[in-house]
Design a protein around this ligand. Structure first.
Ligand code: GLU
Length: 416
């Protein structure tokens, strides 16, 4: 049967418990917010190119909708499970509340390696998934977006499947779509751009000049590649990047544009554009800024002690375990927690949704300026909270997010 209690879910709940304890959260609310509001498990029969039918398992979990429609990405990955999706949904709730977006949190996923599917199989899987979760989603209910293993094309198929069911085009049902069907300028790079904006604030706070900063990025997907590119544009030296099969290192700086424009089937360590290193070695490099931008639980009790960065800027969701947090605090590493650092994605998703609902579209400059305003002020509010209450940046971010959600619950009251 489907198991909620997985390592990632335990991490999300343990973080929540710690924050709830520190803020003296109402016990009834605590019981409720530990669990998802609503979870759906779906079986997805898909006709494969060779004529066989394969059945995949998919999920959509809505953690909370007290402040508005629930919001969060869809992940295609072989390790996707109910527990992982539920953890990611909970983090979306706190993330949206911290940024002040009128959303609750959700997440979806399909247990599949998308790279093993042909384009036709991927489309059929996506359409069947969208059809199965149809009762839960909608612009006023729950709005999916891309996450690990999904992209604008997959969002286009989801938008089309939903629109075919209702009989007219509904762009606002998903975000991260192509521009031609109501996507937003700047959405694709938004998470990376947000990581850069908060990292620039952290550098300023620690009085570290950007020109002297070195950056290592774990993960070269949507988040990692744009983070590396935009950090470089701002004058930092990106000395290492990696993907699943390993990474490359060059102390004089890598050419990120060249790496992004390569044939994407070629793993980074085969490009010869730097010395090959492992993912584990990358995490332990001496650098100013380390950006984990891959999967969860990468920085643990086992390796945290060997990190040599000044700033840890969490592009991924849940990259650091609680045990690692304690070690990083002792080492004096400045952590920009995931729900703050990677909130640029959902912030621009919010802009996309607003544009879709108003049917009025903004310029790229509008998007960048508004993203910078929202994420920079969330950073400073979190920093202030952390100083005033003498808690870590992670606890400050979680406590501020949870407090917004708690207020919404208490003011709405218990139904019935
Ligand atoms: N998947 C992204 C995240 O984890 C974006 C979610 C969204 O835009 O709804 O924050």
């Amino acid at each position: 049967m489907q198991e909620l209690d997985t390592p990632t879910f335990r991490l999300a709940v343990a973080q929540f418990d710690q924050a709830a304890e520190a803020m003296g959260l109402d016990t009834n609310l605590r019981e409720r917010l530990k669990l998802p509001q609503r979870s759906l498990v779906v079986s997805l029969p898909v006709r494969m190119d060779d004529g066989r039918v394969e059945v995949f398992t998919g999920y959509r979990v809505q953690h909370d909708s007290s402040r508005g429609p629930s919001k969060g990405g869809v992940r295609y990955h072989p390790d996707v499970s109910l527990g992982e999706v539920a953890a990611l949904a909970m983090w979306m709730t706190w993330k949206c509340a911290l940024a002040g977006l009128p959303y609750g949190g959700a997440k979806g996923g399909v247990q599949v390696n998308p790279k093993s599917l042909s384009p036709g199989e991927l489309q059929r899987l996506t359409r069947r998934y969208a059809a199965e979760i149809f009762p839960l989603i909608g612009p006023d209910k729950d709005v999916p977006a891309p996450d690990v293993g999904t992209d604008a094309q997959i969002m286009a198929w989801m938008m089309d499947t939903y629109s075919q069911q209702v009989g007219y085009a509904v762009p606002g049902v998903v975000t991260g779509k192509p521009l031609s069907i109501g996507g937003s300028l700047g959405r694709e790079e938004a998470t990376g751009r947000g990581v850069v904006y908060v990292t620039l604030e952290a550098l300023r706070h620690l009085k570290l000049p950007i020109e002297a900063a070195t950056v290592a990025v774990q993960g070269f997907g949507n988040v990692g590649s744009h983070t590396a590119r935009i950090m470089q544009q701002h004058g930092a030296r990106v000395i290492a990047v990696s993907d699943v099969s390993g990474g490359i290192y060059n102390p004089n700086g890598l050419d990120i544009m060249q790496l992004m424009q390569r044939d994407l089937r070629q793993p980074l360590h085969q490009t010869k554009l730097g010395d090959p290193i492992t993912n584990e070695e990358l995490l332990q490099l001496e650098c100013t800024v380390l950006v984990p931008a891959a999967l969860s639980e990468q920085i643990t009790g086992k390796n945290a002690d060997r990190l040599k960065c000044r700033i840890l800027s969490e592009g991924a969701n849940g990259p650091t375990t609680l045990e690692a947090d304690r070690i990083l605090a002792d080492k004096g590493i400045f952590v920009i927690p995931d729900i703050l650092a990677n909130s640029g994605g959902v912030i621009v998703s919010y802009f996309e949704w607003v544009q879709d609902l108003q049917r009025f579209f903004w310029s790229a400059a509008d998007i960048q300026n508004r993203l910078q305003d929202i994420i920079t002020s969330a950073f400073h509010r979190t920093l202030q909270f952390s100083t005033d209450r003498r808690v870590s940046m992670r606890m400050a971010a979680l406590m501020s997010g949870i407090d917004q959600v708690a207020q919404a619950h208490l003011q709405r009251g218990l139904y019935p």
